[in-house]
Design a protein around this ligand. Structure first.
Ligand code: F1P
Length: 328
């Protein structure tokens, strides 16, 4: 078994561990007042951590009703005047980095410091630069060795979901039920992925909090299996990109039970695509329509990417052109 596969499967343990860790953290520590009092919160990350920022920021808005804006670290490092105005009185930023060393995220932390915008860092690495530049840091209680990010994504996203729910006084019972589902979700996804290893083009579509999952799923297939992939906010696919659809396309839709999704599925199938849905009962991969379940849905791209890589005899331990930390 490859290290990547081992770490994907370790989510059976790391997700309940993260839930317990964050429950204790939130009971003991205060959520920083600069987060509680913000009108606008920036979510900053690179690569996989950017798509994590996307899903986490929209979940934050869903729960807390605060304005949020997700951005690549480079947009703050190199173009802060085009991304950060000065109209909001109370702002803060959440900096997301598994390694805590991606240059653009660290530099973004320095830019925010100069702007007097306080930052909350979240990482897996205790002694990292991110913990030094952030006003407050949360360090998750597990490490990740692979270049490809898997359990770090679901663990950090779950942590940010829990913070959002905690801020509005919700209990964690929904999450406790969801983390119990990890083994059955992995097994179901493995069975399903076995059918779809030989398509010429993969598309992932997700709305709202699940757009980040769609984009991360596409990145997983690129990194792990060198597949041709695209990802969009679900209905954006209709505004042009669908012109490519034909036999040999696999479209994964992270569904939320909308009638318009059914119409889109019918349309794409009429062009020759195979469409599979990740959602709740009645979908190919039934998980939950609860927004809290978003951290579980990233497993689909991880498992499909692994299966395709195995099928194509690609070594997922050393993804082409990639390193574990990207620095300038
Ligand atoms: C993020 C990242 C990943 C990429 C690769 C290199 O790093 O760029 O998105 O897949 O693993 O690292 P980090 O800032 O989250 O450590």
């Amino acid at each position: 078994m490859s290290l990547v596969e081992k770490e994907i499967k370790e989510q059976v343990e790391t997700l309940p561990l993260t839930l317990e860790y964050m429950e204790n953290y939130l009971a003991k520590e205060k959520i920083p007042s600069f987060i509680l009092e913000s009108d606008l919160i920036y979510f900053i990350g690179c690569g996989t951590s950017l798509y994590l920022s996307l899903s986490a920021s929209r979940f934050f808005t869903l729960k807390t009703k605060k304005e949020t804006k997700f951005l690549p670290g480079g947009e703050i490092f190199f173009a802060s005047n085009e991304n950060v105005g000065n109209k909001y009185l109370k702002r803060s930023a959440i900096l997301i980095s598994r390694s805590g060393e991606s240059t653009e995220v660290i530099k973004a932390g320095e830019v925010f410091r100069k702007m007097n915008i306080p930052t909350l860092g979240i990482t897996l690495e205790p002694e990292s630069s991110l913990t030094k530049i952030s006003n407050v840091s949360i360090i998750l209680p597990f490490r990740e060795e692979s270049i490809v990010m898997t359990k770090s994504f679901s663990g950090i996203l779950l942590s940010l979901e829990l913070i959002s729910s905690y801020m509005i006084g919700e209990d964690f019972s929904a999450y406790k039920n969801l983390v119990k589902k990890v083994p059955e979700v992995i097994q179901r996804m493995e069975e399903e992925a076995d059918k779809y290893m030989n398509f010429k083009h993969y598309v992932f579509l997700g709305l709202g909090i699940e757009e980040g999952i769609a984009r991360e799923s596409a990145l997983k297939l690129e990194e792990m299996s060198l597949s041709k992939v695209e990802a969009y906010s679900t209905f954006e696919y209709r505004h042009g990109p669908k012109s490519l659809v034909e036999e040999g396309f696999l479209v994964s839709i992270f569904r939320r039970g909308l009638k318009e999704e059914e119409d889109l599925i019918e349309e794409l199938e009429s062009y020759g695509a195979k469409v599979i849905t990740i959602g709740d009962d009645g979908d190919n991969i039934p998980i939950s329509y609860l927004p809290e379940s978003v951290f579980l849905k990233v497993l689909w791209g991880q498992i499909l990417g692994l299966k395709i890589a195995d099928y194509k005899n690609i070594n997922v331990e050393s993804p082409r052109n990639l390193s574990k930390v990207v620095k300038f």
